[in-house]
Design a protein around this ligand. Structure first.
Ligand SMILES: Nc1ncnc2c1ncn2[C@@H]1O[C@H](COP(=O)(O)OP(=O)(O)OP(=O)(O)O)[C@@H](O)[C@H]1O
Length: 254
């Protein structure tokens, strides 16, 4: 059994930002979490990560309530790439990526060779090997995003939670990142705004609106012109002959 949520609700400062949502990923699949701004995607990811406790409902990992597990034990299984990760400290790319190894350290340090191997593999997977010694502050927004993903990969998780991982990336790196995520033999839940990327890479998508789950299924089942008009207030043409592609139509000026 993997990370899962059952009818979770989160009342955040009086707002029901997640309202009765269940998530049961199949081992190894990539789930796209979709929905307009403020629909509750990041909040749901925070609950799944164990960063916050739901007001009601359960989040579990391997059949155990997440709130009963130690942070370190959660981090051995679940890696999170949040939006807006930043630091004021002058650290190198290698040092940030190495942070991903902390949950694997025992009382006496841990296996240095395994750490080096995991960090090197994560840097290679994210195309950052030649930037290992660069300082965080000398990186572009997209490069920082990739470093955060490398840090999560170095954690060697079974579950990966990504909050808008492609938002700073150019087209090449968006496709490369989503290809990497979907090829990893781990379960990934990805909050994403780009419906075409979701259609291209996600096994299943879940659409949220005002904290509630309004649709779930394969991209082909869910991403219909009707759903897009209803949830995003945008007219779209959806073509399904050669992969699923969505073409948005201009919003009529009044
Ligand atoms: N710290 C907070 N306290 C109270 N409410 C919050 C807090 N952070 C976010 N919210 C509210 O929770 C709701 C859901 O926000 P959330 O960030 O989960 O949405 P989202 O779907 O990830 O949005 P976006 O696509 O803009 O990133 C919004 O109404 C937001 O205003």
């Amino acid at each position: 059994m993997t990370l899962h949520a059952d009818r979770v609700t989160w009342n955040r400062s009086g707002n029901l930002v997640v309202d009765g949502v269940s998530v049961h990923p199949v081992q190894g699949e990539t789930i796209g979490l979709l929905g307009p701004n403020g629909s509750g995607k990041s909040s749901l990811i925070r609950l799944l990560a164990g960063f916050a406790k739901p007001t009601s409902g359960d989040v579990g990992l391997d059949g155990q309530d997440l709130s009963t597990l130690r942070r370190r034990d959660i981090a051995r299984a679940v890696a999170v790439v949040s939006q807006h990760a930043d630091t004021d400290v002058d650290v190198s790319v290698a040092e940030v990526v190495r942070l991903g190894r902390i949950p694997h350290r025992g009382a006496f340090g841990g296996d240095r060779t395994a750490d080096d191997r995991a960090v090197a593999a994560a840097l290679e997977h994210t195309g950052l090997t030649d930037k290992t010694d660069r300082l965080w502050h000398q990186l572009s927004g997209g490069e920082r995003q990739r470093v955060q993903i490398a840090r999560a990969l170095a954690q060697e998780p079974r579950e990966l939670l990504l909050d808008e991982p492609t938002n700073h990336l150019d087209t090449h790196h968006q496709l490369e990142l989503m290809t990497l995520v979907t090829r990893l033999p781990i379960t990934s839940i990805v909050a994403i705004h780009d419906l075409n990327l979701a259609a291209m890479f996600c096994d299943r998508v879940m659409v949220m609106r005002q904290g509630r789950l309004v649709a779930a299924g394969t991209p082909r089942e869910v991403l219909t012109p009707e759903l897009i008009a209803d949830v995003y207030r945008v007219r779209a043409e959806v073509r399904g002959d050669d992969g699923l592609t969505i073409r948005f139509l201009p919003i009529d000026a009044d």
